[in-house]
Design a protein around this ligand. Sequence first.
Ligand code: NAP
Length: 310
Amino acid sequence: MNDFDVIIVGGGPAGLAAALYTARMDLKTVVVDRGPLGGQLLNTELVEDYPGFESVLGSDLALKMGDHARKFGVEIRDFEPVKEIDVEGSAKVVRLESGEELRAPALIMAAGGLPRYLQVPGEKEFWGRGVSYCAVCDGAFFKGQELAVIGGGDAAVEEGDFLTRYASKVYVIHRRNELRAQPILIDRARANPKIEFILDAHVKEIGGEDKVHVVRYEQHGEAKELRVGGVFIFIGFVPNSKLFKVHVNHDEGGYIVTDRNMQTSVEGIWAVGDVRAQLTKQIATAVGDGTTAAVAASMYITTLKDTARA
Ligand code: NAP
């Protein structure tokens, strides 16, 4: 016996867009989130790249998206951590930490993920006040300033290069003396006169007053510091794909692999937004993913109901 037509795990933009569409298509929908609605929107100060909203606070956009989904009758279970997601026959079973079980024929995985944190003093304190994990989202706030980028992988080198559109100078600080990024990205960055690599350097602290002013690091046993207006941290991203008790295909980074309809390797399970393997992590792409998955899930449920009636 199913409680819902669709269970959506994760209440960020991808999950809320999916919920809005499934509820409008008259499917009994529940959104479960371990925290408040909004996902990464709640970690974003200003959003200036979502069409139709020239400038909006991430938290305001989160509220608007939540209210919009509620208006169409979506059941919202916020502050309800999910323990595991299982499959029993055709039913998708979501077991909550509270002990409760939710069942539906369709499940849309929208649990996102988190940037890997540097875990140094100042990182949390200055989050949104000079510390960022997204160059596309926040780069434009640092026009003409000097910036530090932490990391030595593809993301750090590519995003460092991207940030020179705005910054007067970008220091890429990496803990080893060898970069992990692809040679083509390294060559491009090395050819950029605004980029300086600082290797064998271990960041110890991010400092400032009301916003970031300085990054302190240790290099070859010596304490050093750089005056910067912002610190962009790109030391990896951890997708929340480990909730599945069944195997769902994923790439080496843990991102769930889907087809163009957001369908995963398991029938009746779709994946959308930051938890999905794809080119970029933007609000607009998350919303697009959610919409596609909702339409696909609706078609799937219609087919199931038609089959059951026949
Ligand atoms: P990544 O490849 O895992 O690199 C993470 C980097 O951060 C590494 O250089 C690592 O140092 C460093 N790091 C990890 N933990 C650290 C810590 N606690 N303190 C300081 N440094 C730390 O992650 P990514 O760059 O985000 O890329 C993730 C995936 O997306 C990769 O598969 C990448 O190829 C892909 N990607 C591709 C592109 C592209 O093709 N254009 C762009 C972006 C991302 P070590 O090197 O010492 O381990």
